[in-house]
Design a protein around this ligand. Structure first.
Ligand SMILES: [Zn+2]
Length: 669
């Protein structure tokens, strides 16, 4: 059991420095190091000529300080000599251009030629380190799917896609039927006629595009499995993991986790590109962590926790004093049992020379080193208490890669985004201080009081039955706009929406309105609260209730005063329907209404804006994490049942003063 680590690149530093690094790591409380994941050229400088001596040396130096090692397979960076010999493994991007050597993942994962190179290096590594007790685990590749944009469209991938389709549909007639290829004369007479989605004069068939995304995801899962099979065969008894990237969308992470002992995740709150916020909102970070816990429904590792400013050509801001500590606690609060910081020391060269580590370029320990050392020092004695603890969530949100991909193919509205829509619900729960499990639609719903299943756009009879049964047996089910529109091959089902679930939600959708160039607003009105009107966004379902009771109304245009949000008592449970992307005040009222109806209690009634309160649930007690994400000090009214485990004393018996980015962990019986 290890709790804290760093990502280390001994190949970037002279050997004489390694013992200094290892000693400073040990002094900071580091117990594990991940390394090796980009050093293929150093491990195999020419085909079949392996050099692991340098890595043996680094492991031995770390071992002297009691530090264990997780090795990454280096398959994200095939060396130049492989590309020189086999240029056909370079990927073809979605504009039809070959992507060259020079970055990373300049490879095609369906290519048997490339796979043979992968098999050779992974087998050689696994055999070499099989008897080394300091190697406790493996990380497959690095951030699978990253750097691949829409994956590779080369001839090998085209062949693999057609093979995948043949296995899925059996006959070309079945595929034609499933995709509706009668449209625009797209009917195929053989699988060999089916294209990969390179640019066409217009748009591809949405069914082809969705299947392409599924194929790409399966290809990545298969590429990983190839490595896992070799690691298990040649180096048994070690844990195998992979470093995920939160809301990354190129791989179905539930599928990718199938063959892993546990998943790991890279958590970077600071961004350095114009298309993203400079600092991720804390509720988004929390949602990502909850999804990571939900992937295997158990605690996970952070394999890369931000350790300094990030950056390539441009830089993020530097973490403020206290933020590295705060984000470490947040990761643990949401289910990380081990936190590994990226990276130990800031590199002097290459693309990531401004991706800052705990140590600066100079290697002299500074503010970040001391903050992380202090953080580890206070957490290490109590980490065992949290191990394997979940959050005790009574509310689940269904996360579906298939639905996300379907909306990427057809977002309806220019600004529509699957994650953004889910975040409207998550943010309201987060601000209510209610823990949430992010689960897949294949998971068990029955243990939750509330299941929020947004955007169930693609529907199967099995999923319909599952949602219906959940409500019928007493669950509080939230369904939303665009439920039941399509079947699993992405063609529209000819029924009045929301289809067979109409009696569960007690309504029909007789029309809808994409809010493009038109506006709409909603007003909430239940027994406890009247709020709004406030503008809603992107889409409105026009609802005709049968048995449903309206809770919110549209306030403008020709469907003014018709229902926007409803509830319907269905058998032993309750089914809610939201016909639009709700604005924050109305969403807050909606979530409060649902939670009150289901009897879900928050961890704390109220906390200042920007203060996150969450927990891990042990067998006897809860560990409540109070996280001040504000750059300013705040006071929190402190429940008498809480006792401080880590953090400052109360200034008065009932008031906790939190400095900027400060953290307190309490025990609640
Ligand atoms: Zn390819």
């Amino acid at each position: 059991m290890v709790s804290f680590g760093v990502d280390y690149y001994p190949e970037h530093w002279p050997r004489g420095r390694w013992p200094i690094d290892a000693r400073m790591m040990r002094e900071a409380g580091i117990e594990v190091v991940r390394m090796g994941e980009f050093s293929w050229a150093k491990m195999e400088p020419a085909e079949g000529e392996f050099d692991f001596a340098w890595l043996d040396g680094a492991i031995a130096v770390l071992s002297k300080e009691g530090i264990k090692v997780v090795l990454g397979t280096p398959t994200a960076t095939p060396p130049a000599w492989i590309i020189e010999r086999n240029p056909e493994i370079l990927p073809l991007d979605d504009s039809g251009m070959v992507r060259g050597f020079g970055g990373r993942h300049h490879d095609c994962q369906s290519s048997e030629t490339y796979r043979n190179h992968v098999r050779r290096i992974v087998r050689a590594m696994a055999r070499h380190f099989r008897d080394n007790p300091d190697v406790i685990g493996w990380q497959t590749d690095n951030e699978l799917g990253n750097s691949h944009r829409n994956l590779c469209m080369c001839d090998s991938c085209k062949k693999a896609f057609r093979h995948w389709l043949k296995r899925r549909y059996g006959t070309i007639e079945a595929l034609n039927e499933a995709w509706g290829t009668v449209f625009w004369s797209q009917t195929y007479s053989t699988f060999e006629q089916i294209p990969v989605p390179l640019p066409t004069p217009n748009s591809h068939n949405p069914s082809l595009l969705l299947d392409w995304k599924r194929f790409c995801s399966d290809l990545i899962v298969d590429f990983q499995k190839l490595q896992i099979d070799i690691l298990k065969e040649e180096c048994p008894g070690r844990v195998i993991t992979h470093n995920y990237m939160g809301f990354f969308d190129k791989t179905n992470y539930f599928d990718l986790a199938r063959d892993l002992d546990f998943i790991s995740h890279n958590q970077y709150p600071l961004h350095f590109r114009k298309d993203r916020l400079p600092v991720a909102p804390p509720e988004r970070l929390a949602a990502i962590l909850d999804l990571m816990r939900g992937i295997k429904r158990k605690p996970f590792w952070i394999m890369e926790q931000q350790g300094g400013a990030s950056g390539w050509e441009t830089l993020s801001s530097t973490p403020r004093p206290g933020q590295l500590r705060l984000w470490t606690y947040q990761s643990i609060a949401h289910g990380a049992d081990t936190v590994v910081y990226f990276r130990w020391r800031t590199c002097l060269y290459g693309t990531e020379q401004y991706w800052h580590g705990i140590l600066p370029h100079s290697g002299e320990p500074g503010r970040r080193y001391h903050e992380i050392k202090k953080t580890i020092g206070e957490l290490a004695p109590v980490m065992e208490r949290f191990r394997d603890c979940g959050q005790g969530a009574e509310v689940a949100m269904v996360f579906s890669y298939e639905q996300e991909w379907a909306f990427q193919v057809q977002p309806h509205h220019f600004d529509f985004d699957y994650i953004t829509h889910l975040m409207t619900y998550y943010a309201a729960l987060y601000r209510t201080h209610v823990p949430v499990d992010m689960i897949s639609d294949a998971d068990d719903f029955s243990k939750y009081k509330v299941v929020i299943a947004p955007l169930m756009f693609l529907m199967t009879p099995e999923l319909e039955t599952k949602l219906r049964n959940y409500a019928a047996r007493g669950g509080h089910l939230v369904l939303t706009m665009r439920t039941g529109v399509k079947n699993w091959t992405n063609i529209v089902v000819p029924h009045t929406l929301p289809g067979p679930l109409a009696d569960v939600v007690g309504l029909k959708i007789h029309d809808y309105d994409c809010l493009w160039g038109v506006s709409q607003a909603v007003r909430w009105q239940d027994e406890r609260c009247v709020t709004g009107p406030e503008p809603c966004a992107k889409w409105c379902d026009l609802i005709t209730p049968s048995s449903a009771r309206p809770l919110a109304y549209y306030t403008m245009d020709y469907y003014k005063d018709t229902p926007a949000v409803t509830e319907n008592a269905y058998e032993k449970g309750m089914a809610y329907y939201a016909g639009t992307e709700l604005p924050p005040t109305v969403m807050k009222a909606f979530i409060s209404h649902v939670l009150a109806g289901a009897g879900v209690e928050p961890i704390i009634e109220a906390a200042p804006e920007g203060v996150e309160v969450t927990r891990r649930r042990g067998t006897k007690e809860d560990y409540v994490f109070v996280l001040n994400h504000n750059g300013t000090a705040v006071d929190l009214v402190f429940p008498a049942r809480w006792q401080v485990l880590i953090g400052r004393e109360l200034v008065r018996t009932d008031v906790l003063h939190l400095e900027p980015y400060e953290v307190v962990v309490c025990i609640s019986e």
